[in-house]
Design a protein around this ligand. Structure first.
Ligand code: ATP
Ligand code: MG
Length: 426
């Protein structure tokens, strides 16, 4: 059985306010409220992880995590609107209307050979981990040094156990402990490394980066549900283009999006299409627009879908039936890797199936089509196809013009609408 312990050294470095650049006005009031509540009740409490990292990088964190020596039930007793969640790790969400702050008890990565330990390993992978520990142990079980810093709000001090601050200054992402062991414990850490590299522009330290190139296959051991969440974090990070590039560079793509990887092998146009879609996703996020997980999966699986649809066509199966069946099978295959919830899979199939409706430009049905709940997503998708050269750019222009037109003009356009101009229609 594996035993894993990543030493942090004993006492942390305490970095005071005049030596760090944290702007406390960037810390949300709810997080401050929770830390104060825990401190007043006699517990230790700190901001921890990504929020401290981001504050030190001068970024406003998107969420705040609190770490404490209070046990989950004690946290729940202290705060109304708190909910105990998690199977693998028990943590508490304290709600403020729709938002919540995650509060977790200091945990240790206990040796699995110890009797009474509640960290379980299978082939070096952590399968359950709920051993309470000290703050030092809590720091040691975190992934990267830059994610293992604590912020003491009472004294405005950063507590640094693993030289994370030095790594922040050097913009370096470094695993705590031996990287290969830590990736085996939890292969998702590889995806996290690539996401932080892409998003925060950190250089991955040599010994943290090297094992990734040969360990991608371990992702097969991660639950498809967790992999779906992590995939969405990658592509909805606002840095989807960079993330995709990193996935390819570190040879992770075959293990996360195997069908996309195969389709890319002999199809540069598909690469153009993917990058156009990811640029579009990044731009939407930068502009504060909504993004739907279904869309990126519709993009990644497009070639698998069209290939299957062509097969059905050649077997004489009519479009409506073939499109649903090809869509369903394509999504199902990918779901074995990253489980795709039914609500997303329906949207993906609709975006695909609606693609052939853009070739019809005459008649009342055209205006009805614009009322379809998935019209907008299907239209965006079609324009990306045009951008990547799969369709005539006229297609996108015509539909863009139709949407912007006054009703009278719309009627005119659909009365005279040109017939199918799609070069490679499906
Ligand atoms: P972001 O929220 O910006 O994606 P983050 O680092 O805050 O980044 P979270 O998933 O919010 O990521 O996790 C909070 C903290 O929990 C991390 O900073 C890290 O210390 C720890 N952590 C999260 N996932 C892991 C993991 N797989 N292994 C070890 N520690 C982890
Ligand atoms: Mg976070």
């Amino acid at each position: 059985m594996e035993t894993t312990e990543h030493s942090t050294g004993s006492a942390p470095q305490r970095i005071s306010a005049d030596e760090h650049c944290i702007d406390e006005t960037k810390i949300c009031e709810q997080a401050k409220f929770i830390v104060r509540g825990l401190l007043d009740a006699g517990f230790q409490a700190y901001l921890v992880g990504g929020c401290v990292r981001d504050l030190l990088l001068g970024i406003t964190p998107k969420d705040f995590d609190v770490a404490t020596d209070a046990h989950p039930n004690e946290i729940c007793d202290l705060f109304e609107n708190s909910r105990l969640i998690g199977r693998r790790f028990q943590i508490v969400h304290v709600y403020f209307r729709r938002d919540y702050i995650e509060v977790s008890t200091f945990r240790a990565l206990a040796k699995s050979t110890h009797s009474g330990s509640s960290t379980e390993f299978t082939n070096g992978r952590i399968v359950r981990d709920n051993t309470f520990g000290t703050i030092e142990e809590d720091a040691a079980r975190r992934d990267f040094t830059v994610n293992a810093m604590y912020y003491d709000l009472e004294h405005s001090q950063v507590l640094d156990f693993c030289d994370g601050l030095e790594d922040i200054y050097n913009r370096r992402l470094r695993m705590i402990g031996p990287a290969d062991v830590r990736y085996r414990e939890d292969p998702v850490r590889m995806l996290r490394a690539l996401r932080f590299r892409a998003k925060l522009d950190l250089e991955i330290a040599e010994d943290t980066a090297a094992p990734i190139l040969s360990m991608g296959h371990l992702l097969k051991e991660v639950s498809p549900a967790r992999l779906f969440d992590e995939t969405i974090k990658l592509f909805h990070s606002g840095y989807a283009v960079n993330c995709f590039h990193e996935l390819e560079h570190y040879k992770i793509l075959p293990n996360l999006l195997p069908f996309t990887h195969s389709a890319l092998k002999d199809d540069e146009d598909f690469r153009t299409f993917i990058y156009a879609a990811l640029e579009n996703t990044d731009a939407r996020i930068a502009g504060g627009k909504s993004v739907n997980p279904a869309f990126v999966f519709a993009v990644f699986l497009w070639k698998s879908y069209t290939k299957l649809l062509e097969q059905y066509n050649s077997q004489g199966i009519r479009y409506g039936e073939g499109a649903w069946e090809a869509g369903r099978s394509t999504v199902l295959q990918q779901s074995a890797v990253t489980s795709i919830a039914k609500r997303f899979s329906i949207t993906i199939c609709e975006i695909w199936k609606l693609q052939n409706r853009f070739s019809r430009k005459r008649g009342r049905k055209v205006l009805q089509f614009m009322q379809h709940p998935r019209f907008r997503a299907a239209y965006d998708f079609m324009c990306l196809r045009a951008q990547a050269g799969e369709l005539d750019s006229y297609e996108c222009k015509w539909w863009t013009k139709l949407q912007a037109a006054e009703p009278v003009e719309q009627r005119k356009m659909t009365q005279q609408g040109r017939k199918n101009k799609i070069s490679k229609s499906i």
